[in-house]
Design a protein around this ligand. Structure first.
Ligand code: FAD
Length: 324
């Protein structure tokens, strides 16, 4: 599978931009805020919520953060004026986390505070392993500053995740909110699982532990074994979509959140599974990226994980495996 992805990757440098755009438009809402709002209002009829990401990360100069502060300010203001049920997600390196930590915290704090006034939740996405420690520290430092509308992402493939779950549970208590995904970055075998089944098992295990720790859990996988294992774990703990969260401690209830957990999907990926979960009463959320940097974003994701190229190709060749 990855070999097929690598073959596609070999052709990427000579692939016309227009062709990349053709494939990317399923996964990226557009270049402008108005495109994101349009896609969200179209998808709202599918009984789903959203988390919106302004594309861009890994800036080279701290001056570039201003652009992201403006974009997120406009985004939060547009969401709060609309009827749309949306949170925001952001990449900490877009705010220069790895260039000037103190300044990045100041900028992130501005965004989180503004979001809080409109009861909008802010998630710090997790980037590659060089950023794990810094991203967790940023989440904790923002929380210490009094922001409780923030959460982070932990990647099932990372060996450190079980410890990080306990750490976040301890530092954020009932406000702890984690998205758990497999992790898109292919990390080395001394720090992460590298085999498919090990990653699935570790991701399902992380979801189960987060539920036990009393956290709010965003289950972010399109993989049926992970989704099924999560549904079993929820059922075993007495979670039913329309009932109270049965745990003790119960995570802090916030606007726009589900009953202690939710299922999250990337825009354009396995919409049929998302719609099925929503029809069964589970809260679902679509991760919706938009922005001018769609090309760089698409190419970077493909470079980081050539398996993504295979997923995209498979969606075109065997469309029934991955409905929009
Ligand atoms: P897979 O086995 O990879 O995929 C299962 C099936 O889903 C595939 O067979 C295919 O049909 C479909 N599919 C999956 N991904 C794609 C794709 N990109 N394009 C087309 N079809 C696809 N990773 C991080 O490292 N940090 C994050 O902050 C982060 N945030 C995420 C937020 C959300 C809401 C989601 C859903 C994922 C996020 N990820 C993040 C990515 C995640 O870590 C995985 O890389 C990704 O979801 C693929 O793993 P999977 O569990 O869906 O399983």
């Amino acid at each position: 599978m990855n070999m097929f992805g690598r073959v596609i990757m070999a052709f990427m440098p000579i692939t016309p931009r227009a062709l990349v755009r053709f494939f990317a438009r399923r996964y990226v809402a557009g270049t402008e805020l108005k495109d994101a709002l349009k896609v969200m209002s179209e998808l709202s009829s599918e009984n789903t919520s959203f988390t919106v990401d302004v594309l861009g990360e890994d800036i080279s100069s701290i001056d570039e953060t201003e652009k992201f502060v403006r974009e997120y300010t406009d985004l939060i203001s547009a969401i709060s004026k609309s009827e749309i049920d949306a949170h925001v997600s952001l990449k900490p390196t877009a705010f220069g986390l790895d260039i000037d930590y103190a300044l990045a915290i100041e900028k992130l704090s501005e965004i989180v505070e503004m979001a809080n006034k409109s009861e909008i939740f802010v998630r710090l996405d997790m980037e590659d392993s060089k950023l794990t420690e810094l991203t967790l520290k940023a989440t904790e430092d923002l929380y210490k500053k009094g922001h409780n509308n923030i959460g982070v992402v932990l990647q099932g493939r990372m060996f450190r995740t079980p410890d990080d779950l306990r750490r976040i549970s301890k530092s954020m208590g009932k406000d702890a909110d984690v998205r758990i995904c497999k992790g898109i970055y292919l990390e080395p075998p001394d720090i992460a699982h590298t085999k498919y089944q090990d990653i699935v098992d570790a991701t399902a295990e992380a979801i189960s532990s987060a539920l036990d720790l009393g956290m709010y859990v965003g289950i972010a996988s399109h993989d049926i074994p992970v989704i099924e294992a999560s549904l079993t774990e929820l059922q075993n703990r007495g979670f039913l979509p329309d009932f109270q969260d049965p745990r003790d401690p119960v995570p802090t209830k916030r606007n726009g959140k589900g009953n202690g957990y939710e299922f999250q999907f990337l825009l354009g990926v396995r919409g049929d599974v998302r719609r099925r979960l929503a029809s069964e009463g589970h809260l679902t959320r679509v991760y919706l990226p938009y922005g001018k940097q769609w090309y760089e974003y698409s190419m970077r994701r493909l470079r980081e994980n050539p398996g993504v190229a295979w997923h995209v190709a498979k969606s075109v060749i065997f469309p029934w495996t991955n409905r929009r």
